[in-house]
Design a protein around this ligand. Sequence first.
Ligand code: BES
Ligand code: MN
Ligand code: ZN
Length: 498
Amino acid sequence: MEFIIKSGSPEKQRSSCVVVGVFESRKLSLAADLLNRASNQHLMEVIRRGDMEGKAGSTLMLYNVPGVVCERVLLVGLGKEKEFREREYCSAIRTAIKALNETGAIDAILFLTEIAVRKRGVMWNMRQAALVVQDTCYRFDEFKSKRSEVRRSLRKLTFIIERRSKFSDAEEAVRQGSAIAAGVTLAKNLGNLPSNVCNPTYLAERARKMAEESGIGCRILEREELIEEGMGALLAVAQGSHQPPKLVVLSWEGGNEGEKPVVLIGKGITFDTGGISLKPPAEMDEMKYDMCGAASVIGAMHAAAEMKLPLNIIGIIPATENMPGGSATRPGDIVTSLSGQTIEILNTDAEGRLILCDALSYAERFDPELVIDIATLTGACVIALGHVASGLLANNETLARELIAAGDEACDRAWQLPLWEDYQESLKSPFADMSNVGGRPAGTITAACFLSRFARKFDWAHLDIAGTAWKSGADKGATGRPVPLLVHYLLKRADGQQ
Ligand code: BES
Ligand code: MN
Ligand code: ZN
């Protein structure tokens, strides 16, 4: 999609379509009001007839509006003006793009980006618009022998800003939004791939390809090296599979030499059968998404490099399948992790924490400023927070607050759960230093408690994206979350605001 930024009056635009907003109770947005005047009250007439009530999610296409140069005018319902916030703004853009994609319009001029969103400025509006537009146009039809039949003619979008003085800010913001969108798209593409294509070797190669294209360093550790390192927990998960495990290390050196890096760790289980603690069959196909944490690290680093962020960032991706093969780990097996701590594996389906704990220990050698791990870790998180917010747990309150703020700003929210000592008890094992499961209560918290034992040497936050990384049902597919949250966080850090 090509983006253009302009300022100007809606009735004078030459394009296939101008898009303007209408609030509930017949309140016209600034641009809609201008069209209304130019057309001698044509818009108000339509609205009075009851064809457009301004409800959020509604649209109405008008043709040949008198006094207006453009052949189409798309009215987009914005909901109640008082309730128009970040979420409503993004939904309005999404609704507009969906409606445009159903028409033959090849280009459009969006008069939605000038609508004020409380506490957000022009930069935010522009960045978010660029991101939402590309996200809405996403299709995954790589495996259809006939490519999508949906007609998609929209090629060019013009965003309107009120003041010309904001032009360069707006341009920069659109660049940022597009970079984030590219990261989200990459994460979605990787997530949507079936596991017979996206195995650990493939995932590692795609990470390498992204790195090469983006000026990012990449090292891939093979099984022998993992054995040499002593990553007993990661290897225990991998041993039931015919696919060899990988540990991918990405490094973006945008910051000063010697500056401590931000480390991002992503769970890369390319398929989770549960292992010997086999999962029930219903929806097991969705366990192809169990590498979405890894995909989000790849996507976020791609965006960071594209924006040339002045930060040092390390990405670590432990990648393996979790399969119930003949040499698979059995419940009750005891392994020694890279940290030296021993783990009694009581449930082989709690494999995410096993691969992450070795990655966390591995992160120590980079002397990190802070570490964030991202994982589709627990079904319990879906029960607790549904598909709205990612679970957030941290051993540092400032870091937790900053991540929540980044999520709010990115419309990619996270919500914190407590990591109190009291929960640690459930991980006791009579035979090893700890067990890998803490029972059914507070499953998301006890999983994070397990990880916290490997994150004692640095500030650390954990994002449980089990409920947010993909959607089930009719519009099934990876969401690319939490790439927007991560990139907003990195942008803030780069801005030196933290
Ligand atoms: N990948 C799953 C978590 C998951 C389940 C994500 C369903 C999204 C939807 C993870 O490896 C897992 O199996 N976790 C177990 C942990 C339990 C055995 C302590 C779970 O949540 O059931
Ligand atoms: Mn599992
Ligand atoms: Zn898993």
